[in-house]
Structure formats: C-alpha cells, structure tokens
Write a protein that binds this ligand. Structure first.
Ligand code: AN7
Length: 404
C-alpha cells in the first residue's frame, strides 16, 4: 500500500488509513492526505501512460493492488479561447471544460477516488448533501460499485437534470426542507450515527481526485503552471484541491510556479469573497444564500480555511458576480467559443471579466478558467433568456419569411 498520512491541517494530528474520520477529533480542523514526496518518482507523473484521474495514481492514496471504481473520468479538454480572450482584452486565455466528465461535472474526479476508498473500507453505504452535481456523481459511482447511496437535496433548489441523474442511477433521494448548509449539517450527523461514508468535499479523499485538474492542465501546457487559475467557489473543495495539485507538482520539481488561485462566488452567496476582501481570518457564514447558480448556493463553505489559504498564499483574488453577469458570461462562452456550461460555471468567466475591468488582472497573463458543469444540467434559465423557437408551417416560403 502507498505510504501516506491523514493529517489535520491545524494541529497536525494523524489518523489511520482505515479510520473513518472527516475533521480532526482534537481541534475540528480539516484533514489532508500527505505523501512522502521524497519517495515519489516524478517520472511516474510526467511519463505515466493512459489518461484520466488514475493515470496519476503515483499521487493518489492507493497501492498498485487497488482496483478503482471508475467510469473513465477526467481527461477533459483544455480549449484555447482566442475569440473570448480578445473580447475581454486577454492574450492567453484557456478554458478547461469539466462539464465533459461522464456525469457532466468535475465531481466525478473526486467520486472515483472517494468511492474506491468506500469500497476499500467496506462501508455499508455512501451519502452526501448536494446542490445537485455531487449527488448525481455519487449516485453513478455507487451504482457502479453496487453499494447503497443516500442523497439529501435542498427542496426546490436543485436543477432538474441533476435530480434526474441521482434518481435514475438508483440513489435514495431526499428533498430536505432547508438549504444546502442544513442538508450538510444533517447528513454529517447521519453518517456518524449510521456508519455511512460521507462523500462531501469535507472528505479529504474527494479532493485527492479533484487535484488531478491541476495535473492535466499543467500537462496540456507542456508541464507548466498557468499564471492564474480561476473557478467558481461553493463549498470551496475544488479550489483547495487544485491548489494542492499545483503545490505537489512544484514540490516534485515538475513545475516552477503555482498559479494565482482566483475564486468567484455569486453576490448572494459570497462568504469567501467577504473574508478575502476584509482580511478576516475566517468566514462569516451567509444564513440565506441566494443565486440563480444553484450549484454554488452555499452559505457556509466547509473548506473555507483551505480555500482562503490557497487564495492568499498565491497572491490570488476573490470576487463576486451578479446573476445577470453570470447569465451574460454563459451566453458569451456558448456563442463565442461553443462551450456550453451551467450557470455556476459561467461565474468564473463573469468574475474574470470583472477583474480585468478593475485592472486586477493583466492582459498578458496565461489564464486557465475551469468550467465545472455542463449546460444540459441546468437549461431552465437558457430557455427563458434565449429567443423561443418560432413555429412555422411545413413550407419553404413560410420558413424563408421567418428567417432573419
Ligand atoms: C457546477 O453538488 O457543492 O467549491 O453539492 O456543482 O468545490 O463546492 C456543487 C458545487 C462549482 C463549487 N460548480 O465547487 C454539490 C456542490 C459546479 C458545482 C461548484 C459546484 P466547490
């Protein structure tokens, strides 16, 4: 088995690999998986064969004997976006479209690792709270592994496509009378009491899978880190995971730099932005988070401590955007680059635009923007804002009359 430690980021307390624990029992701190980097061969990353998350298993917490629960997640495209870049006044803009994972979001990277760990632990079931994508992905991997899956969704606040996935793949779906933060609070207690394995991003194994976004982005850029990495932030797991991935590449001498980590939230749900801007050491939770980008409608991000460290230690930024700005960015991405994303994903582009206008981002920076989920997950708003299909007789003249 690969050597690693499960360690508290605050007090350094360590936990055994077969212990089910999500936050430090001594101080409540978040946990992290730590490897003995002196014994990781960088060639096993740089020259690894294959593609996707498991290509990087030299930096995953499993030995060679582990058979992963996989649906071929990862290996998403990194698009160079010159049209959009030009419109924004940027010379080197790239978009990594995580919506092209098998379930339609980046969550698959975390779930392949998390559910593989669940199988290794021999748990009787897996569970999560979710704004949608986590539940869809967990349902799929649990189905693949053949283990029971329980998901708690905030009632009326989850996009239809995501609920359909969770239901279709056989999860027991609960519509919770409360918001995401309420659902996470409840499921955390449930998992303790019922010995179910919690697969929200407070689980450090999830983040191990998600850090491979950094590996793939660097690899496609010729093993170089971009100057800036920009992404939407909800529960703040992904920004923490990607930061960790870049840190590891630097530790191993594969890359020289770490990108300025830049996290975007919606104005109605921006506790990380607030803490960043005021310099507060901790976030103040938002009791009533609200945004059209339901995926990031989260008021009390569980990974805030890791995320603030990622942003602050890299000279990064954090900004918030309105629902209208999100929708506009979603349209631009769709129509200028052919990239279809859900609203939360477009927040990253909207934030980028705002930060360029504010002069916070320089035109010649190499920027990788992560679009986290697919357009088809959440098309409701699209149908509202786009021109409706025009009804037409089955007749060429009638059709020509209506064409612009
Ligand atoms: C498309 O599914 O939290 O900051 O329960 O679905 O790592 O939480 C989704 C989050 C961004 C934010 N974009 O990522 C859930 C959930 C999309 C998302 C985020 C989510 P984190």
């Amino acid at each position: 088995m690969r050597d690693y430690d499960v360690e508290c980021i605050r007090c350094g307390a360590r936990y055994a690999k077969d212990e089910i624990v999500y936050t430090c029992r001594a101080c409540g701190g978040l946990l992290d998986i730590k490897y003995d980097y002196a014994h990781v061969d960088s060639d096993k990353i740089v020259k690894a064969p294959g593609e996707g998350v498991w290509k990087y298993r030299a930096l995953l917490p499993f030995g060679a004997e582990t058979v992963p629960v996989t649906i071929q997640e990862g290996n998403t495209p990194l698009y160079r976006c010159d049209r959009l870049g030009e419109a924004l006044g940027l010379r080197d803009l790239w978009v990594k479209h995580e919506g092209l994972n098998p379930s339609g979001s980046f969550k698959d990277r975390g779930m392949t690792v998390g559910v593989t760990k669940a199988v290794e632990l021999g748990v009787k079931g897996v569970a999560c709270a979710s704004t949608g994508n986590t539940s869809a992905s967990l349902a799929i991997f649990a189905a693949k592994a053949g283990i029971p899956c329980y998901v708690l969704l905030p009632k009326g606040k989850v996009a239809l496509g995501k609920v359909a996935q969770a239901m279709m793949h056989g999860a027991q779906v609960f519509s919770l009378l409360g918001n995401f933060d309420d659902a996470l609070r409840v499921v955390r207690v449930l998992c303790e009491e019922e010995s179910l394995y919690l697969l929200n991003s407070v689980n450090p194994y999830r983040l191990e899978g998600q850090k491979t976004i950094a590996f793939e982005a660097a690899e496609k850029l010729g093993w170089q880190a971009p100057d800036r990495l920009i992404l939407p932030v909800g529960n703040a797991g992904n920004i923490s995971a990607i930061f960790k991935g870049f840190q590891e590449l630097k530790t191993l001498g594969i890359t020289d730099t770490i990108p300025m980590m830049t996290g975007i939230q919606a104005v109605g749900a921006k506790p990380i932005v607030n803490a960043f801007k005021t310099g507060a050491p901790e976030i103040t939770p938002e009791p009533k988070p609200e945004t059209i980008a339901s995926a990031i409608r989260i008021g009390n991000p569980v990974n805030a401590e890791k995320a603030l460290h990622a942003i602050r230690s890299t000279g990064g930024l954090s900004e918030s955007v309105t629902d209208d700005e999100i929708t506009h960015a979603q349209l631009e991405l769709a129509r200028m680059e052919g990239i279809g994303v859900e609203p939360a994903s477009a927040a990253s582009l909207a934030g980028l635009k705002k930060l360029v206008e504010q002069g916070e981002i320089q035109p010649d920076e190499r920027i990788v923007c992560i679009t986290t989920g697919h357009l088809l997950k959440d098309p409701e708003r699209v149908i509202e804002i786009c021109e409706a299909p025009k009804e037409v007789e089955a007749d060429v003249a009638a059709l020509r009359e209506l064409m612009k």
